[in-house]
Design a binder for this molecule. Structure first.
Ligand code: TXA
Ligand code: MG
Length: 322
């Protein structure tokens, strides 16, 4: 019997470690890497067994489809059917925190497990030099969910990945903190009308402006298209989370925003981009035995605030039974 190391291997991202990571991915192993949003847990998207290893490592329900990452826009064209609308938003927002759900090409090499058997695939071109270099080194499209155990807070530092996944991941490439800090916006362009499946790093307003049309929102009606990954309780810290708090009860930590005192402050200047970059790391930092719960100040519900509030609502939702 082999004994697995119980700690993860974190290496600074450089040409040598990126080349090694690419070779590991080609060999079917898991490599965690930085993107501008959060750290991803990558596997060769064309290899069913490698993709299965992601679900295993995350402890994630396997009906949850994954985002497939590419290094160049042209690579997406080999995986999905790209229409004029898609080409327009790609030209405007790629590389960047925008994921597009598009019809699967008949000859697409992407594992059906990666797309959970759907006839669509979610594709994204991340705006991070390490992510792009790794995908290029692997010479494969890379399936990558956020690099954390299912339901936990998303990782914005390599240490978060190591804490959450330990030796379940072969290698963690260290690219420092993630700039955006919340996941990509998921835009469904597989139907007639564009639909927002998940708010994220690209604001809804910017997409509506680029497409010249209103997006269907998850809240529009009960049967609006839903991202299968949008389980109620997700991104959840161990402690109970209370939203829109303007004061704290004894024992509670306060996650503040703007000009107010708190245990930590998402952005003392009231800047939503700074708050997005801080939200997961600060939830993590407050999730300690020192406190009885986490109270979170009200966050404005526009621009990146939409994505922040979405993640906070999930963190505060009634927990799924373990
Ligand atoms: O910023 C991000 O998007 C990060 C980094 C690593 O790129 N990745 C990420 O992946 O957040 P994940 O697996 O945690 O979230 C994927 C989201 C889920 O909400 C999932 O349901 C949705 O994308 N999704 C994936 N494929 C889909 C499809 N074919 N149709 C609809 N939704 C899909
Ligand atoms: Mg996730």
């Amino acid at each position: 019997m082999t004994t697995l190391p119980d700690t993860a291997r974190i290496e600074p991202a450089n040409p040598a470690t990126i080349t090694e990571g690419g070779a590991m991915l080609r060999a079917g192993r898991l490599v965690a890497f930085p993107t501008e949003t959060v750290y991803g847990l990558g596997a060769d998207a064309t290899n069913d067994r490698a993709v299965a290893a992601i679900f295993e490592a995350k402890g994630r329900p396997s009906f949850n489809p994954l985002i497939v990452h590419v290094a160049e826009p042209a690579e997406a064209e080999a995986l999905v059917q790209v229409d004029e609308r898609a080409r327009a938003v790609m030209a405007r927002f790629w590389p960047g925190p925008l994921t597009l759900v598009l019809p699967r090409r008949k000859d697409s090499p992407v594992s059906l497990l990666a797309s959970a058997g759907l006839d669509t695939i979610a594709v994204r071109l991340p705006d991070h030099p390490v992510a792009r270099a790794l995908i290029a080194a692997a010479k494969r499209p890379i399936a990558a969910p956020s690099a954390n155990r299912s339901g936990a807070v998303s990782p914005t530092l390599p240490e978060h990945v190591a804490e959450s996944l330990g030796a379940r991941v072969g290698l963690i490439l260290d690219g420092g903190p993630c700039r955006v800090g919340v996941e990509s916006t998921v835009l469904d362009l597989s139907g007639k009308q564009p639909a927002l499946l998940r708010p994220g790093g690209i604001p809804l307003e910017a997409l509506e402006q680029a497409l010249g049309t209103r997006l269907i929102r998850p809240t529009d009606h009960a049967d609006a298209p839903k991202s299968p990954g949008m389980l109620e309780s997700h991104y959840a810290p161990g402690l109970p989370v209370r939203l829109n708090a303007t004061s704290v009860t004894p024992g509670e930590a306060l996650l503040a925003f703007g000009a107010m005192d708190g245990t930590l402050n998402l952005s003392p200047a009231g800047d939503l981009e700074e708050a997005a970059a801080n939200v997961f790391a600060m939830l993590r930092a407050l999730d300690s035995a020192e406190f009885s719960g986490i109270a979170v100040a009200p966050i404005p519900d526009h621009g990146l605030g939409l994505a922040i509030n979405d993640r906070l609502k999930r963190a505060a939702a009634p927990r799924r039974p373990a």
